[in-house]
Design a protein around this ligand. Sequence first.
Ligand code: 3PG
Length: 404
Amino acid sequence: VGDLTAADLKGKKVFVRADLNVPLDENQKITDDTRIRAAVPTIKYLISKGAKVILSSHLGRPKGVTPKFSLAPLVPRLSELLGIQVVKADDCIGPEVEKLVASLPEGGVLLLENVRFYKEEEKNEPEFAKKLASMADLYVNDAFGTAHRAHASTEGVTKFLKPSVAGFLLQKELDYLVGAVSNPKRPFAAIVGGSKVSSKIGVIESLLEKCDILLLGGGMIFTFYKAQGLTVGSSLVEEDKLDLATTLLEKAKAKGVSLLLPSDVVIADKFAPDANSKTVPASAIPDGWMGLDIGPESVKTFSEALGTTQTVIWNGPMGVFEFDKFAIGTEAIAKKLAELSGKGVTTIIGGGDSVAAVEKVGVADVMSHISTGGGASLELLEGKELPGVLALDEVERLSAKQIR
Ligand code: 3PG
């Protein structure tokens, strides 16, 4: 998707769209800087080549100009990570921004204000995209987390600014979430969790086409249990998805995919961190109790199944891991993946809550890849094409090895 390393960058004004949509607390303090750190390699590369970096991002979902969604709180951390003082603009287009761009030295970085302060961004209005494009000589999209949005700064801008290429982060995400998943070293296992089967249907269907082993956990398993005729107490069930669950189980069988559901579960008498809990076989959930985690026997079976694999992708927690009592299954899977990673297995954490789980256990650094995308990862894993990627120039893709 375009080759940044082939571009002539010295003295060039480069419009970089990153996803710096990081969580801030009530004091505007960054609570997780992962996305800023992930954006650094591309920016550092551009600095080292003497480019003038015009950096753009959204933050949150503001309706018009909203001070609490300003990108200003990101400047100190970004400057620290880049080792240079980043200049911050108060707007993302207009004469003041143009002046700042004109005075930007080679190797300098100008951070534009939240691009979503203009409604034209999300509407992908060509006039707005043209204004963003007019500032620069080259477009680099490194905003993987926003690549599923066809917005002015992720898609529209490419119509007015060529070349349009992928940054290193975007390329790495594609290499893992598309490359390693479509052409995996086998056996290839997928672990899918999360509370609702409805939000993971596309992912399960798509992965069933590719994987050898599919392990299911999280709240969604109770819909599968009920579809198989088990009683599930007051566990979460999507009644309108029972037929679908049966179809997915049949599909797995037809495709020769070894689909495993947990054989035991940790149940609770209420949905609360201090609930009474016990472990029971999946077929013995009493009335009034709800399953909130996979049990130790399931952890053992899942770990054994994973033991033979060469590639593992994980999306969605095994239980309500926000409550310590029901985090054991999720944490055990995180640890197992860390162990496999150490043995050379490709381990991919496909965004969202499973990333938080891996971070909570402190094993994020050892995984082959941790996606910075939530919705974008899900869409890619569902096999969808992302507008922000489709808009980029088609040239031969870099291999993951070259870009890391
Ligand atoms: C995300 O956090 O998933 C991305 O930054 C995209 O944000 P959005 O869902 O508000 O478009």
